[in-house]
Design a protein around this ligand. Structure first.
Ligand code: FDP
Length: 283
């Protein structure tokens, strides 16, 4: 089945990507399609994932945060990849990752068209977390083996952590007011790689946000490559997601590299955010 083949390929490539990061930490002169500085590792990981995933029977389109457009490669599902999420963490040797969304629609596609999504974390252990068929599973990728770590992950009932990107000086007043409440209840842990910051919310419960900013109303993260797949994983695990007014899976998308405010985590914290935002700006 195509979804299985996609995540088999990701599991196979991940240790190779990890091993190759050390010599690819320098910036390139080019920028990616979103205007971000690219490291050699971003470009290299995109080439490897692109070659591998477009060769799978049943994959019809491939798109990546590092490429302008969509690559047609046959008939079937569409795969959208952030090949190296959090790559600015390479310099300080903090975790980075890969995010994969598998859509049953032509790209750009809405989150509701996802049939599976997952991410690799190149952390102390290399892990692959995949949401499909209503469950979330994590495996450790060790010496060519795939060792199950958790088979049916759900967010715990007693949330403990939060991580908010952007910084208080950049937040809008309504997000700053929300953050003020959260910080008295949960412990702050923010590392600067979406995959790792979200994974701790999956593990411990709580809330992650890269919200709207005064200078950037749509925030920083890319909807197709980051917001929607991450929302799919968290919602499949029993959590919730929001762009500030609705589930990220229902957010419309106009073009491949659109950005979106991202809020994901335990339902109680996402509901509270939406209630606060709705009160402030009647929609
Ligand atoms: P990065 O710029 O290092 O690629 O996708 C972009 C991303 O990392 C996310 O992984 C992360 O959540 C966020 O940006 C970090 O941004 P800040 O440096 O503003 O915290």
């Amino acid at each position: 089945m195509t979804v299985t083949a996609v995540f088999d390929a990701v599991a196979e490539l991940a240790p190779r990507i990890r091993a190759g990061l050390i010599e690819r930490r320098d910036p390139l002169e080019s920028e990616n399609a979103s205007g971000d500085t690219q490291l050699a590792a971003d470009d290299w990981a995109d080439t490897l994932f692109g070659e591998r995933l477009t060769a799978i029977d049943g994959v019809g389109e491939y798109a990546s945060e590092e490429r302008d457009g969509v690559t047609d490669c046959g008939e079937g599902l569409s795969v959208a990849v952030d090949p190296l999420d959090g790559s600015s963490n390479l310099q300080s040797n903090n975790p980075v990752g890969t995010i994969v969304g598998v859509y049953d629609a032509d790209l750009p596609a809405r989150g509701r068209d996802l049939v599976a999504a997952g991410y690799v974390i190149y952390g102390p252990t290399t892990t692959l977390t995949v949401a499909r068929d209503g469950t979330v599973r994590t495996e450790a990728l060790v010496d060519g083996d795939r060792r199950p770590v958790e088979r049916d992950q759900t967010l715990p009932g007693d949330p403990t952590v939060f991580g908010f990107g952007g910084g208080p000086d950049s937040w809008t007043p309504r997000f700053a007011a929300y953050a003020e409440g959260v910080q008295h209840e949960l412990k702050c842990r923010y590392g600067g790689a979406l995959v790792a910051d979200v994974n701790q919310v999956l593990e411990y419960g709580g809330v992650f946000a890269y919200p709207e900013l005064v200078s950037r109303p749509s925030g920083k993260l890319r909807h197709q490559f980051e917001g929607a797949p991450i929302a799919y994983v968290i919602e499949t695990a029993g959590g919730a997601s929001s762009d500030g007014r609705r589930s990220l899976l229902d957010r419309p998308i106009d073009s491949l590299h659109d950005r979106t405010p991202v809020h994901v985590g335990s339902r109680t914290y996402i509901d509270r955010l939406e209630e606060a935002f709705l009160q402030e700006v009647p929609q």
